[in-house]
Design a protein around this ligand. Structure first.
Ligand code: HEC
Ligand code: HEC
Length: 264
């Protein structure tokens, strides 16, 4: 009797562990494809971010789980995090990963580290840089109705007031990310942008044209936009003064006349 209970107990624990680990792996896989694969491969080389093969061999599990949940904290304060940022030049965004999801992801990365997967060849898009610039500036509408990049991003020398400031300046984005920029543009895996572009993604031609545009941007000396603000401010001030002068010219004359008449 006791033996049988032990056996049943063992079978139950075994099955549930198996089911659970399969489940963790499959949710890990889904989450990885949806949230990480546009910037990371496992065993196929660096993309925007480092190749995650053998991650658990080079980092402690506590570090891995912490980093996945809140990369910003590590990139700003942690020694390894700071070194990674110097090397990869782009901040991994905070993707709102929960503690459980982080565990699933770490487990999935581990299981995938064994295989020797093929090198991912990033197909370098050929597009129309001039149309890409128009798309960026919102002069040509995005086909699916996404919001023009300029409302949140700036590029040196573009737009009188330099564009939006919610997102980072993209002047040197091509220099920072290289050809993997093509993958980034395809999925735009940034939390602030996902809300808009998940439902209204860029179509392939837009990705190609934007890529072509970013790869041709020439850096402009910084400070131009501030100068623009000052000139516009100064110009505005002069115009306002001229309007006052015009509107009040008669009043002044009246006052002067009264003064002159008063003297008589
Ligand atoms: C927008 C691109 C991007 C996305 C999306 C992204 N990462 Fe990253 N990740 C990076 C970059 C870039 C780095 C290198 C550190 C830095 O500069 O921010 C990095 C670093 C890491 C590291 C540290 C690697 C090491 O060698 O120590 C881990 C772990 C990691 N990412 C896991 C993930 C996981 C898991 C996801 C999905 C939930 C994810 N990342 C999504 C860009 C991204
Ligand atoms: C609603 C505002 C918004 C719009 C519209 C927007 N972005 Fe972004 N983008 C952001 C923010 C904010 C970030 C920084 C990451 C984050 O917090 O999500 C970002 C990050 C990026 C990055 C990574 C930059 C880096 O230095 O790490 C790229 C590339 C990018 N956006 C491209 C584009 C392109 C191309 C378009 C137009 C098709 C666009 N964005 C439209 C807000 C926006």
């Amino acid at each position: 009797m006791i033996k049988r209970i032990n056996l049943v107990h063992f079978a139950l624990v075994f099955c549930s562990t198996l089911v659970f680990s399969l489940y963790a792996q499959s949710t890990g896989k889904e989450a990885f494809q949806a949230k990480c694969a546009s910037c990371h491969s496992i065993g196929s080389g660096d993309l925007i971010g480092p190749d995650l093969k053998d991650l658990s061999k080079r980092r402690e599990i506590k570090w891995i789980l912490g980093f996945i949940q809140d990369p910003g904290k590590y990139l700003d304060n942690d020694k390894i995090g700071k070194e990674l940022l110097v090397k990869y030049k782009m901040k991994m965004p905070n993707l709102g990963i929960s503690a459980n999801e982080a565990k699933d992801l770490a487990a999935y990365i581990d299981t995938q580290s064994g295989g020797n997967s093929k090198k991912i060849d990033v197909v370098v898009p050929t597009g129309d840089a001039i149309n890409g610039k128009k798309l960026f500036l919102g002069k040509v509408r995005l086909e699916k109705g996404g919001v023009a990049c300029i409302s949140c991003h700036s590029v040196a020398g573009e737009g009188k007031l330099g564009g939006g400031t919610l997102g980072p300046n993209l002047t040197d984005i091509f220099k920072r990310s290289g050809t993997s920029l093509a993958l980034t543009l395809k999925s735009l895996p940034f939390p602030t942008m996902k809300g808009i572009f998940d439902k209204k993604p860029l179509v392939e031609k837009e990705v190609n044209d934007l890529y072509a545009y970013f790869s041709t941007i020439k850096p402009v000396k910084p400070g131009n936009h501030q100068a623009n603000f000052i000139y516009i401010g100064l110009g505005g001030f002069i115009i306002v003064m001229m309007i006052f002068a015009f509107v009040w010219r008669n009043r002044l004359r009246d006052v002067r006349r009264k003064l002159v008449e008063g003297e008589k």
